[in-house]
Design a binder for this molecule. Structure first.
Ligand code: SF4
Ligand code: SF4
Length: 339
């Protein structure tokens, strides 16, 4: 099987986008060399990583509350894993040992934080599927950051895709993700993971350990109340349905203007960002000035720039929007002529 056949197969199985990264490149460029997330640490003989992307249906981002996105996230992850599993199985049956990696996992020995054996965002970028946004989600031209990714490690040598050099993220002059973030966790092509986790993992690991720590030292009466608290219910619900323990906050995904799904269905409902404050506007301006003045920015340093897009922003979103509007007009005209 060659790269084109593998991609064709992945698409037939239901992948929205699919790309291939070379294991050699991934081994040479770990996201953080102090804690290398590389295929060779999982499988020495891995030659290629096939990256499967599934978009998050946009309707949930139009809802009044975050709950529909949380539920859809879980369904998308399950569906994506099934697609990747079938693809890996077909490769193996064709004589090429292959397996799917967990899309969302943590190796406790690495950073005692949410940090997996591989970073799916980086896999996607190395497979030519997008570049980092200001909030370091991968932004795909097709769906912006409203995607999930997983990787299939294979011993089959496949022609890798070239990473994009053009920055997909509009950058500091946009900063919509920064304005929308309820915990002000967005940094300059970086993220404050702890701040983000308070919203994105409301009933996640840290909330659970803090709760049980308090419980251990509480008196009898307080313990009784804690047993019937919202927190404990949140953990239970999280175990059952993921909701609450993972991917709780969709704000930076909802407001990002990259992708035709945004132009078609989110531009109106997400136009106004209620969380925007004067302080956040000042922060975005500081970022813009720092980049313009060539200041040292860790998210844009010589190591990290390959994932942000070394060519800088060249107007991909504006081009995409023009094409989208043009095609909308043509469709409307065709419809009118048919009536
Ligand atoms: S909202 Fe704007 S600044 Fe943030 S990731 Fe998307 S394009 Fe980049
Ligand atoms: S997921 Fe929510 S809390 Fe985390 S960076 Fe995005 S907007 Fe901020």
């Amino acid at each position: 099987m060659n790269a084109e056949e593998v991609k064709q197969l992945g698409t037939e199985l239901g992948a929205d986008i699919i790309g291939i990264a070379s294991a050699q490149t991934l081994n040479a460029f770990p996201p953080d060399p102090r804690w290398p997330q590389t295929p060779e640490k999982i499988l020495k003989t891995c030659k290629s990583v096939i990256v499967v992307v599934h978009h998050i249906p946009v309707a949930a981002f139009r809802a009044k509350s975050n709950i529909p996105v949380q539920y859809i996230d879980m369904l998308v992850l399950r569906r994506m894993d099934r697609i990747a599993y079938k693809l890996a199985d077909k490769l193996e049956r064709a004589g090429h040992p292959s397996f799917v990696t967990a899309a969302q996992e943590t190796d406790w020995n690495m950073k005692s934080a949410s940090y997996g054996h591989l970073s799916t965002r980086h896999l996607g970028i190395e497979a030519g599927l997008g570049t980092f946004g200001l909030e370091v989600n991968i932004l795909t031209p097709e769906y912006g950051p409203r995607v999930y990714l997983t990787g299939i490690l294979t011993e089959l040598e496949l022609e890798p895709d070239a990473p994009m050099t053009e920055q997909v993220c509009i950058g500091e002059s946009c900063s919509r993700c920064l304005y929308a973030c309820p915990t002000d966790a967005v940094q300059h092509y970086g993220i404050d993971k702890r701040n983000c986790a308070t919203e994105a993992q409301e009933f996640g690991f840290m909330t659970a350990t803090n709760f049980f720590m308090k419980y251990v030292f509480a008196d009898r009466e307080k313990k009784k109340n804690m047993i019937k608290s919202r927190e404990l219910f949140g953990f239970w619900q999280g175990l059952l349905r993921v909701v609450g323990s993972f991917g709780d906050c969709p704000r930076c995904l909802a407001v990002c203007p990259v992708g035709n799904d945004y132009h078609a269905f989110l531009a109106d409902p997400q136009k106004v960002i209620p969380e925007k404050t004067l302080e956040k506007v000042a922060k975005a301006k500081r970022f813009k000035d720092a980049r313009k003045n060539g200041e040292d920015i860790s998210g844009l340093d010589d190591w990290n720039i390959r994932w942000v897009g070394p060519g800088g922003y060249q107007g991909i979103v504006a081009r995409q929007m023009q094409e989208f509007k043009k095609s909308q007009k043509e469709k409307k005209k065709e419809k009118e002529e048919a009536e």
